[in-house]
Design a protein around this ligand. Structure first.
Ligand code: GLC
Length: 735
């Protein structure tokens, strides 16, 4: 009881803190631009050029002569990367930089709760601030085009509207600490295969309607102070210096006034970097120099070669002045901002924020016969099976790998939750990736086990026969090809023979819960025979406690899938059209029809649909109504729908509104998410939920006119609690 009380008190503290989001005194930066100009006038050409490229693996020069501070970047989107040696990727084995590992952003997206994004951003920003970093290299908002993309776990799903709504509060939370969010990877970095060179071919409608919205929201609503260019090419130009993306769209159309940072090693040419929108070059392994040659930094494209082109007059000094202005603005917004809060690091508050997000992001995919929540009585025997029940997940996966202060494994979380009220035993079940080493960091335990697959399965099966309850914890694990950076998965299936094991377990004991730990969809050939399935994400420091809280009913799950689970790979557009991974070029032949948009168009039933997630309670929906039948173009239309908790426990539901343009001059998806509301209801409680649409929500991008168009005519609002569970439809006319 005391622990619960402590938890409640800390929770309230976290929320109070989150409400008091630190706001800078209004107008604190009113004279920032004039200060920037005064500094610029004093800078030598060499000092301006020095601002534009790295001086170390994760830092760039300031102006020592004038006391203008350096810029210090840090990965990543889920937590603050351990300190590295000056010119290395490896961690420097400091002893004061073990961070709180927050859940992967896929989990954050699955909460469908913008408040979770706000407290996430604030907390991770405090960790960066305390570590004296002024640029956080995250969040990532690349769209899930294929379930094989190795880095999907770092992003926010398949739908541009959900990603746009969820990324904005994260950015504001980070930047409330005087730390810049650096939104990545701009743009079209939707696969890891050949990521350094693949040229993406995509039509403008798809670019504007699917792949850009989350970046546009980041800039125009989130006020992002930094954007990271992607490695890949678009229109045969590298995204780190891409005239169309960076000058035409980001700067001119969206009004971006922050800095464009290259991805590490994403710069390939001085002239293009100078003219096509890049401000800061990081991580380059310059030609003429091999990787690791110390102090290659002076040979960076935006270093000596850039200086020479300026000195020779081949480039006007205005080119470097514009970059220097953007970089000085970054410094004034961060390191020179006198109102910055102090940050905090590795705190219980941050761990609780992570736990709260994890608990709210876990998705209950299936729960036949009310298998969950497990009720524990004295003497219950719980068998936990699977390597992911004991495998540390915060190390690995590429640049988002972390040195966490601690990490509660699912097995430890389950043991801690049940205490002496039940017997918890463990069987390995399968052997996958026994030791993760990343950038000099080792996952804490070596999980080597030399037993054969048969021995492991028979041990688990015989243990299952004696148990009252079996919890299988498997999935992917951020090792190579299993949801990790720089390589994609080779198939949709679970690795290491998990499917056979699950089939054997459910035969031995039908009271089985399968917990899938992953950042991506996986196929589930055993889906019909397993009564209960949870989608657990890479949940970070408090993983085991969050999972146990859901499994035993302390938390009523309310997560909803931010992407579709396909029954088979060819149910996904990119794979059906053989349009992935491409070669030198990859053509997005499925166009707008990504995720549920493809499934709707081809009437394909997903394994689990976008927006799907069950609860331990039940909800009923009233009939949705609109406040008008005909909407004027500059008016809005409001939909109301009553939702009632018809079950016996409190819970949350996410009401989703998808818009159908009945007849349009250009092809459109059947329906598209354009609003959602998460509501918490006590048993028996009923609420009327209101959602309002404007013409922007009805528009499509006309790539001939190059503008957003809302065409008059019939529309239908589909309102429900997943993309395939529509409760009511309301037809209306746009004048
Ligand atoms: C990596 C990633 C990027 C990361 C950067 C620094 O290659 O693409 O997301 O922030 O380099 O580690």
């Amino acid at each position: 009881m005391r622990k619960m009380l402590m938890l409640v008190i800390s929770f309230l503290a976290v929320n109070a803190m989150a409400q008091s989001l630190h706001r800078f005194p209004d107008g604190w930066d009113k004279d920032m631009e004039s200060k920037i100009e005064r500094v610029l006038e004093q800078l030598t050409l060499q000092e301006k050029v020095a601002l534009c490229h790295a001086q170390s693996k994760f830092s760039s020069a300031g102006v020592p002569r004038l006391g203008i501070p350096e810029n210090w970047m840090t990965d990543g989107p889920h937590g603050i990367r351990p300190e590295v040696l000056w010119d290395e990727w490896d961690q420097a084995s400091w002893t004061n930089d073990s961070c709180i590992a927050f859940p992967a952003l896929t989990c954050l997206a699955a909460t469908w709760n913008e408040h979770m994004s706000q407290i996430y951003g604030k907390a991770i920003g405090e960790e960066a601030r305390y570590r004296n970093k002024n640029v956080l290299l995250g969040p990532g908002v690349n769209i899930y085009r294929t379930p094989l993309n190795g880095r999907n776990f770092e992003y926010m799903g398949e739908d541009p509207f959900l990603a746009s709504r969820m990324v904005v509060p994260y950015i504001k939370g980070v930047q409330s600490n005087g730390v810049a969010a650096c939104v990545k990877h701009f743009a079209l970095n939707n696969q890891e295969i050949n990521r350094h060179g693949v040229n993406v071919i995509v039509d403008d409608r798809t670019l504007y309607e699917i792949y850009l919205p989350a970046f546009k929201a980041s800039v125009q609503e989130g006020g992002a102070w930094a954007i990271m260019g992607a490695y890949n090419k678009y229109r045969n130009q590298y995204c780190c210096h891409n005239d169309y993306l960076l000058n035409d769209i980001l700067r001119k159309e969206w009004g971006f006034d922050g800095v464009v940072v290259s991805d590490w090693g994403g710069v390939m040419d001085t002239r293009e970097a100078a003219l096509y929108g890049l401000d800061m070059e990081f991580g380059t392994w310059t030609d003429g120099l091999t990787e690791g040659l110390s102090n290659a930094y002076d040979s960076y494209y935006l270093a000596q070669p850039f200086l020479k082109m300026l000195q020779s007059g081949e480039l006007s000094e205005d080119v470097v002045n514009e970059k220097a202005r953007n970089i000085l603005r970054l410094i004034y917004r961060t390191n020179l901002n006198p109102h910055r809060p102090l940050g905090s690091f590795g705190t219980e508050e941050h761990a609780l924020v992570g736990r709260q997000i994890a608990e709210e992001g876990i998705v209950l995919l299936k729960n036949d016969k009310k298998t969950l929540p497990f009720n524990i009585s004295i003497g219950t025997h719980i068998l936990v099976v699977g390597e992911n029940a004991i495998k540390p997940m915060t190390v690995g996966g590429g640049s988002s790998s972390l040195k966490a202060k601690y990490e509660v494994s699912p097995l430890d979380g389950i043991k801690a939750r049940v205490g002496d009220n039940a017997k918890v035993t463990f069987a390995r079940g399968y052997v996958g990736d026994v030791l993760t080493v990343q950038d000099g960091l080792r996952s804490s335990t070596d999980l080597s086990d030399n037993r054969s697959k048969e021995e492991l399965i028979s041990e688990a099966v015989s243990a299952a026969k004696d148990a009252d309850v079996v919890i299988f914890v498997g999935g992917l694990n951020k090792s190579s090809g299993q949801d990790s950076e720089s390589n994609d998965r080779a198939s949709l299936g679970l690795p290491y023979g998990q499917d056979d094991l699950i089939e054997a377990l459910v035969k031995a004991n039908s009271n089985l819960l399968v917990v899938n730990i992953s950042g991506n969809a996986v196929s589930m050939p055993w889906v019909k025979s397993v009564p209960a399935i949870l989608q657990g994400w890479f949940l970070g420091t408090e993983a085991g406690n969050a999972l146990a809280s859901v499994i035993f009913g302390d938390t009523n799950p309310s997560g909803k899938l931010p992407f579709s689970f396909y029954a088979q790979l060819d149910d996904n557009g990119a794979h059906a059209l053989n349009a992935y991974p491409g070669g030198d070029d990859v053509e997005y032949k499925e166009g707008l029809f990504v995720g549920y948009r493809w499934l709707d168009k081809h009437n394909i039933k997903p394994l689990f649909s976008f927006g799907h997630g069950l609860s331990y309670t039940s909800f009923s929906f009233g009939k949705a109504i609109a406040d008008k039948k005909t909407m004027q173009i500059d008016d809005t239309i409001e939909f109301k729908v009553s939702v009632k908790n018809t079950g016996s426990v409190a819970g949350a539901e996410v009401i989703q509104l998808y818009v159908e343009d009945v007849k349009s001059s250009l092809p459109r998806p059947i329906k598209e998410l354009k609003s959602f509301r998460k509501v918490w209801l006590e048993p028996g409680e009923e609420q009327v939920v209101s959602m309002t649409l404007s013409k922007e929500d009805l528009s499509f991008f006309d790539d001939i006119k190059h503008e957003w168009v809302a065409e008059p005519g019939d529309f239908i609002a589909h309102i429900g609690n997943s993309s395939t569970n529509i409760k009511s439809k309301v037809r209306f006319v746009l004048e």
